[in-house]
Design a protein around this ligand. Sequence first.
Ligand code: SAM
Length: 225
Amino acid sequence: MMKFDIVTIFPEIFESYLNESIIKRAQKEQLIKIKVHNLRDFTGDIHQTVDDRPFGGGRGMVMKVEPIYKAVKAIKGPKAKVLLFSPRGKKFNQKKAFEFSKLGQLIMICGRYEGIDERVAEYIADETISIGDYVLMGGEIAAVVVIESVARLIPGVIGKLELLKERLSKEKGFIVYPQYTRPETFSPKKRVEWKVPEVLLSGNHKRIKEWRKKYSKIVGESSKE
Ligand code: SAM
């Protein structure tokens, strides 16, 4: 069973996500375990301080190293990988998701404010990850992105292993193509018809396969570090 541990100052963000159908079932069936840890529980002062002013001056607050050190120390098992989220990190991709899906435990540290004391990246985290070339307000959504892409690679989480294999290219990219469902023709207004491509209604499996191949995209195959 793979464990995901999230360290955050906003644990409430994850409440409804953890009750989402697939994630909920995967936990019930003990395929994955997700635990959310409130960073404030690892502070030593009455105000549960997690941030302080930046050395060198400047606006905003910086998350302190001590509570994060204590949290990781308390959570970390023998085969854990510690991830830190930062827009300055290595870009997350499908290849990384496959790599992480083989782990026993993934600890994710979510930043807020102006960022996190750099000693967390230097001494505590094994990897610093960015989910894209933009700046978010916090790392919580990045943690959900990582769980969404990693958990679905764990056998049983999104159904049968065969289904997952069918969608994988040789180089372990995901084959994705356009999908349609009923009705065959949708009329949003008079004299306008949005039709499903005829080939998909033909029952000709060879032609359907060719059509899907033509319009498919392989996601992740050429992912670079
Ligand atoms: N100036 C900060 C820095 O250089 O890291 C930006 C801090 S950002 C406002 C607050 C937090 O959001 C970061 O500490 C990080 O955890 C998260 N974050 C922001 N953009 C992100 C991205 N593209 N990928 C992953 N996490 C991100």
